[in-house]
Structure formats: structure tokens, C-alpha cells
Ligand binder design. Structure first.
Ligand code: NAP
Length: 386
């Protein structure tokens, strides 16, 4: 049983009618000298009727970077105030506002390049669109945005309306919720890694993460909604043990799990595997987690710092080091959770789990796979990976 009853009164706020949540706190969790910037933000849900369970996500509808919008206006010599129609209903907005609030401008799709073709005679673009250059087109769109396309394939015989009509509506960014509403009534907390990198000669910024890192202050509001997640949740039974693997921002839902279990005084044990670059600057929520360990809410914390030693140490290495105990927990019915990077980490952790089961259960690879499959069927292996 959860302490939070999510179904008591449905909120009027949703993806299509987001709630303007006030920012109560916005801090960088990384210490000075870190290569990373991870924001902890606390939002007020007061008056919204919104609530959530551990494992749910929060959607934020972001605004685009004003510098990027200014670069687009400058590149195309567009007037910021020109009214443009933004949707089928015929609503209009001044161009600058439409580019800031309404349209997706940081992603480039094959479809967008194709639909822009009638507005330019640029030979390079038409060549890229020929069937024999499909691979080059795919490579071109990867990591580039609208501004790249407009710069690369002019001159354009297009009005601002012609171009914005090709754009998609801004989509919400979803973040795993990092708090328990039972621990923080009428609040929701998030853990957001600022995404910044250079590609194709330009600095690139994550739309929502950098909005939060650079332009959102305490007292401002953000349009938000709650996204349920049926596939990532605490066990119904309080006495069940949980094993949580959450490196980097993957820690977020586990902070929620731990807070919830502290409030409900769950008797089940909890084991956290955390990882990041450096112990001194990147141990997210270290103090809180250590307090929970002292209080017995968290039974064990194993942290892997990848860049403190010559050889990289990751969460899966910590799992393997403790394979015997890990297997004992699994044999006792523990739930196993993974959150964070999908591309590499989640795969490696999956393989480490198989290795632990194979070794400690004295099973073949096929038998270990069947063991994991059974865990999945029982809902005892859950992932929230992105
Ligand atoms: P992160 O970049 O995932 O880093 C957290 C820790 O995980 C670091 O110590 C990192 O080590 C380590 N790590 C790297 N590869 C790993 C692997 N294969 N197995 C286990 N641990 C591994 O954390 P974050 O900054 O919170 O980033 C999370 C966000 O970045 C997510 O959105 C994720 O999808 C995205 N991301 C994407 C990619 C990608 O290539 N698609 C890669 C990383 C992150 P080192 O960095 O020292 O190797």
C-alpha cells in the first residue's frame, strides 16, 4: 500500500493543459571543478490537485534558447513581430514568440529537409535528397538543427510563414520524479543533467535542461504535467527487498523510492548502486543518502566513481564484486530496478545481472536468462531507461 492515493480527485491539469508550477529551489548538485552540472529543482504543486507515485515522471513544456531564436531571425532577416499562423485552428503568434514557445527548432528530420526543398534551388540540398544519397541525408540530419539547414542551403525563397509551417510543435520533456509526495506534500523534485556539447562547429544545448540550468530562477514558473508509469514502481509489499541501480541522473526515481519508504517505514531492505565521475564533486545527494543509511532506510550504498582511478569503475563492477550477496537478495525475492542511460549502462547492467545469477546460482547462460525472464514476469525486474 502506498501512502499516496493518486486517484482521489483527478486534476484538471494535463499534457494539453499544463500547470504553471512555481520553482521553489534550483541548485547545482555538482561541486566546483566537476565536468558535470546536475540541477536539483523543487516545484510547488500547490493548488493544482496534481499528485504522483514514486516511479512517475514529470513533463515540462520548455521554451527555446533566446540566443538560438535570435540567430534564426538574424540568419533569415526575419522581423520578430511578423504574425505567423501556428496551427490548423489558425491561431497566430508574433514570429519570435512562436519560435520561442511553440515550435521545435533544435531537431532536424529527413521530413523537414524534404519539405523545405521547394523553397530553395540550392543544388547541394537537392543532391542530398536524391535516393542514392539517403545515407548522407541521414548523416546530415544527425546532430544538426533548423539553423544549420537554413545556413547551409540558401538562398531561400520562403517567407517566415513558409518555414514555420514545416515545423513540429514543441514536445514536452519527461523527467523521472526524484521526490515522494508523502515526504514533500504539494511538491515535486527533479534531477536534471544539463546537456551541452559541440557538434558540427556549433555549441549545442539541451532545450529543457539548459533552460532549467541557465534561465529559470527560484520564483519563476514552469508548465508541467504528471506522466504516470505503470511499469516502474515500488513493490506493493512493504517487506520486499529492493535493489536499485541508478548512475548519474538515474538516481532520480530512487530518491523518490527511498523517501517513500522512509515515510511508510517499510521493513524491506534497500540497496543502492550509484555511479558518476568523481566522488569529490559528483556524488549526487550524498548527504541525504548517508542519513538514510544511518537511519536504516537504506541498507547498503555502493558507489562507483569512474574517473577517480586509472581503470574505470562502473556500477556493474560493484554488482559483480558483491555477486554472492546480490544473489542472496534475489533468491529472497528482491526487486531489481535500473534507471539511467539506455544505450550502454542498462545493457551492461543487464549482462552483469546475468553473470551474477550464472555464477552464484551455478547455472548455464540459458538458465540465467530464464531466471531473469521469470523475474520480469513477476514484475521484479523493472527499468526506466532513456
Ligand atoms: P552518465 O553520463 O550516464 O554518467 C554516470 C556514470 O556512468 C559515469 O560515471 C559514467 O562514467 C558511467 N558510465 C558510462 N558508461 C557506462 C556504462 N556502460 N555502464 C555503467 N556506467 C557507465 O550520467 P548522466 O550525466 O546523469 O547522464 C545521463 C543522461 O545522459 C541520460 O539522458 C543518458 O541517456 C545520457 N547519456 C547518453 C549517452 C549516449 O551515448 N547516448 C551516454 C551517456 C549518457 P564515464 O563517463 O566516466 O565513462
Amino acid at each position: 500500500m502506498h501512502v499516496t492515493d493518486v486517484n482521489k480527485t483527478p486534476s484538471i491539469f494535463s499534457r494539453t493543459n499544463p500547470f504553471q508550477a512555481k520553482v521553489l529551489k534550483n541548485v547545482n548538485l555538482n561541486g566546483s571543478g566537476s565536468k558535470k552540472e546536475t540541477r536539483h529543482i523543487e516545484l510547488s504543486l500547490a493548488g493544482s490537485g496534481l499528485t504522483y507515485l514514486p516511479g512517475y515522471a514529470l513533463g515540462i513544456i520548455p521554451q527555446n534558447d533566446p540566443e538560438l531564436v535570435a540567430s534564426l531571425l538574424e540568419e533569415m532577416k526575419w522581423d520578430a513581430e511578423t504574425p505567423v499562423v501556428i496551427n490548423k485552428e489558425g491561431e497566430t503568434l508574433p514570429l519570435k514568440q512562436a519560435l520561442t514557445d511553440y515550435f521545435e527548432i533544435t531537431l532536424l528530420s529527413k521530413k523537414l529537409v524534404q519539405s523545405a526543398a521547394p523553397f530553395t534551388e540550392n543544388e547541394e540540398l537537392h543532391k542530398l535528397l536524391s535516393p542514392e544519397h539517403a545515407d548522407q541525408l541521414k548523416e546530415y540530419t544527425n546532430g544538426r538543427d533548423l539553423l544549420d539547414m537554413l545556413r547551409d542551403f540558401g538562398p531561400w525563397k520562403a517567407t517566415a510563414q513558409d518555414i514555420v509551417s514545416l515545423l513540429r510543435k514543441m514536445t514536452a520533456r519527461l523527467y523521472s520524479i526524484a521526490s515522494s509526495i508523502a515526504a514533500h506534500p504539494e511538491e515535486v523534485h527533479l534531477t536534471i543533467g544539463a546537456v551541452r556539447y559541440t557538434a558540427h562547429g556549433r555549441e549545442r544545448k539541451g532545450v529543457c535542461s539548459v533552460l532549467v540550468a541557465e534561465r529559470i530562477q527560484e520564483g519563476d514558473t514552469l508548465p508541467v504535467f504528471v506522466q504516470t508509469n505503470k511499469h516502474f514502481h515500488l513493490p506493493e509489499a512493504q517487506e520486499k527487498d529492493i535493489i536499485m541501480v541508478g548512475p548519474g541522473t538515474g538516481i532520480a526515481p530512487f530518491r523518490s523510492f527511498i523517501e517513500e519508504r522512509a515515510v511508510t517505514k517499510a521493513s524491506g531492505r534497500a540497496w543502492l548502486f550509484f555511479g558518476d565521475q568523481h566522488a569529490a564533486t559528483d556524488f549526487l545527494y550524498q548527504e541525504e543518502l548517508e542519513h538514510y543509511q544511518q537511519d536504516g532506510v537504506l541498507t547498503k550504498i555502493d558507489a562507483a566513481f569512474s574517473r577517480d582511478s586509472a581503470q574505470k569503475v562502473y556500477v556493474q563492477h560493484k554488482m559483480l564484486e558483491q555477486s554472492q550477496e546480490l544473489f542472496e537478495w534475489l533468491e529472497g525475492g528482491a526487486y531489481f530496478y535500473v534507471c539511467g542511460d539506455k544505450l550502454n549502462m542498462a545493457k551492461d547492467v543487464h549482462n552483469a545481472l546475468l553473470e551474477v545469477i550464472e555464477k552464484e546460482g551455478k547455472l548455464s547462460r540459458e538458465e540465467a536468462e530464464a531466471y531473469v525472464k521469470a523475474m520480469q514476469e513477476q514484475g521484479r525486474y523493472q527499468r526506466d531507461v532513456y
